[in-house]
Design a binder for this molecule. Structure first.
Ligand code: DOR
Ligand code: ZN
Length: 351
């Protein structure tokens, strides 16, 4: 039995408020525990988006009543909320900036709208940027100009990881995360999925991109699932929203990579616990750990998942490594496929 520290996922979409038919704090944090995560940081592209005090209260009230594991809530950067976002930083996980097109309404195209956020947001928390390719380079330039930390979400391209490496070497305060689907799937793998199911932002990349992420493993600070549940009916519709669920498949996929010597357990602990805790300035969770059967072999099945979305792009994949038990703050929270704590057990990491 392998014992891991409580894993932290700094990038999940729990869809509350506004789209609880896809997921909510109850189902999403149950999925988190089943996947070995004891802390999740929830994104603000909800309906309405989280961008001020009253919308933040909507998310935090729901989380307080429903969460099974610990959580934090991001606030979204809008065209005129830099002051507000900064003033709420004590109760939020961080500031999320959508600088490229994706799901939801939060998007800042004009770079002059980025400036007040970089000026005002407290430097003890990172700004998290959804930014791809050249937009990512612009975001890193902003971190350099304002001399403040930036965290690049879901890096997927070779050019991105190489620029981040170069920026780090020059002392720019940039960190980054990679999602398992960008490590385990490339464009060519989409043939097994219907077109809508293959939709995700950033898109799946080329094999060369995927290989370069593996080759630059030491540049990757965190693994983050970007758990983005949409129902099967939505994914198979004429206008499929982008996003893959990931909370319950990340650890098994990564443990399988460990069993194939593509990754090490210390890598996994650094990128799923130590680094996210440091980067997001998260409190210790005392008496918290995850017990894993490293040798359990099984097939991934959506029908066995807690997420409400009802599917996974990894259906039928054979993996090695299973979460058996999760202890959170001294309490047995998950065991043998069962969630053992009540909604409301989870705490706000900025509580
Ligand atoms: O594929 C994605 N889905 N990428 C994002 O950036 C947003 C997410 C969502 O919220 O569905
Ligand atoms: Zn996301």
């Amino acid at each position: 039995m392998l014992k891991l520290p409580g894993l932290i996922d700094p990038h999940v979409h729990l869809r509350e408020p506004g789209a609880t038919h896809k997921e909510d704090f109850d189902s999403g944090t149950s999925a988190a525990l089943a996947g070995g995560f004891t802390t999740v940081l929830s994104m603000p592209n909800t309906k309405p988006p989280i961008f001020d005090k009253s919308t933040l209260a909507l998310a935090l009230d729901a989380a307080k009543r429903k969460a099974h594991c610990d959580y934090g809530q991001y606030i979204g950067a809008g065209p005129d909320n830099a002051e507000t976002a900064a003033s709420l930083s004590g109760t939020t996980a961080g500031l999320k900036m959508y600088l490229d097109s994706t799901f939801g309404e939060l998007r800042l195209d004009d770079m002059s709208l980025w400036m007040p956020h970089f000026e005002k947001y407290p430097r003890n928390q990172p700004i998290v940027a959804h930014s791809e390719s050249r937009t990512m380079a612009a975001a890193i330039l902003f971190a350099a100009i304002y001399d403040r930390p930036i965290h690049i979400a879901h890096v997927s391209l070779k050019e991105e990881i190489l620029i981040i490496k170069a920026a780090k070497e020059r002392g720019i305060k940039v960190t980054c995360e990679v999602a398992p689907h960008h490590l385990f799937l490339h464009k060519g793998d989409l043939s097994g999925l219907t077109p809508g199911r293959g939709e995700v932002r950033p898109r799946l990349a080329t094999k060369e991109d995927v290989d370069s992420l593996w080759a630059n493993m030491d540049v990757i600070d965190c693994f983050a699932t970007d758990h983005a549940p949409h129902t099967l009916a939505e994914k198979d519709s004429d206008n499929p929203p982008p996003g893959f669920p990931g909370l319950e498949t990340a650890l098994p996929l990564l443990l399988t990579a460990v069993s194939e010597s593509r990754l090490t357990i210390p890598d996994l602990i650094t990128k799923m616990h130590t680094n996210p805790r440091k980067i997001f300035n998260l409190p210790e969770q005392p008496e918290t750990w995850v017990e894993v059967d490293e040798n359990a072999r099984y097939e991934i099945k959506a029908s066995e998942q807690f997420t409400r979305c009802g599917w996974t792009p990894f259906e039928g994949w054979k993996v090695k490594g299973k979460v058996i038990r999760v202890v959170l703050r001294g309490v047995e929270a998950f065991k043998n496929g069962k969630n053992l704590v009540q909604p409301g057990f989870g705490r706000n990491v900025r509580g």
